[in-house]
Design a protein around this ligand. Structure first.
Ligand SMILES: [Zn+2]
Length: 262
């Protein structure tokens, strides 16, 4: 009986509320049909590099420099330990981090710099939100996000990027096809090292420790105040101690889901 009453009460409240949102008041122009957010199919592709097979496991470290600053704990560890890595930079980040950019460019043997977009807008060509961030929303806006990122890189003296990773690492399949048509491979990942730089250091270390031969780890190098960066720096040392062979995306063949790579 109680359950019945509760259900009825819910229906009585919920149905009129739904109509109030979807229907225009009498005399107003008809509202255009709106696709529900759940109808926008997004993918978060995996990426692996070819496994070494025998001997030391091969792992690709990738770092996103979305905006904001640079984490000196991670940058100095990479340089001092001579660890190769692939860094995805945005035009936004480049504008405010000239010193870190100089450090990357001073070590071309260690750092491959690739395209993370112009304004850190998800590369989705349909109007929607990803983690609360408004997506590009059209093919033209996706193209601008990709091209704007590359233009800023070239203007900063960085070689032409060959890889793109969009903000949030989620895409519509049509946006993937579009970006591929612009000549890029799209960088997914296979191990989420820091969950957007939000993990405590110990959990970051657990994520990194789970990496196996052929894995591509994603983390962030733009959050110097977060505890995650401490975990990233410690994890790099732990992988090195295990004898891991670090590779950059440009150095090794790979396999990506959803037609993101060749
Ligand atoms: Zn990012």
């Amino acid at each position: 009986m109680n359950r019945f009453l509760l259900t009825s009460a819910f229906l009585l409240v919920a149905v009129p509320a739904a109509f109030a949102v979807e229907q225009a008041p009498p005399g107003w122009p008809q509202l255009p049909p709106k696709a529900p957010v759940s109808a926008v199919k997004l993918v978060e592709p995996h990426l692996h590099v070819n496994r070494a097979g025998k001997g030391a496991p091969r792992i690709a470290l990738t770092f996103d420099a979305c905006m904001g600053k640079t984490d000196p704990r991670i940058l100095s560890t990479l340089i001092e330990q001579r660890i190769p890595a692939t860094i995805f930079v945005t035009a936004r980040w480049l504008r405010t981090n000239p010193d870190a950019l100089a450090a990357f460019l001073a070590h071309p043997d260690l750092f491959e710099l690739e395209n993370h977009g112009q304004n850190h807008i998800p590369a989705v060509d349909i109007p929607t939100k990803v983690y609360g961030i408004a997506a590009a929303g059209s093919p033209q806006a996706v193209a601008q996000e990709v091209k704007g990122g590359a233009d800023a890189m070239l203007a900063a003296g960085i070689p032409q990027p060959r890889w793109f990773r969009g903000a949030t690492a989620k895409y519509s399949l049509s946006a993937i096809a579009e970006i591929r048509g612009m000549g890029y491979r799209i960088a997914g990942y296979s191990v989420n090292g820091d969950s957007g730089s939000l993990l405590p250091a110990k959990l970051v270390e657990k994520q990194y420790a789970s990496a196996r031969d052929g894995d591509v780890i994603i983390s962030h190098i733009n959050q110097p105040t977060h505890a995650a960066g401490e975990g990233v720096a410690a994890s790099i040392l732990a992988l090195k101690a295990k004898g891991v062979q670090f590779v950059r995306l440009q150095d090794i063949p790979e396999q990506g889901d959803d037609d993101t790579t060749n």
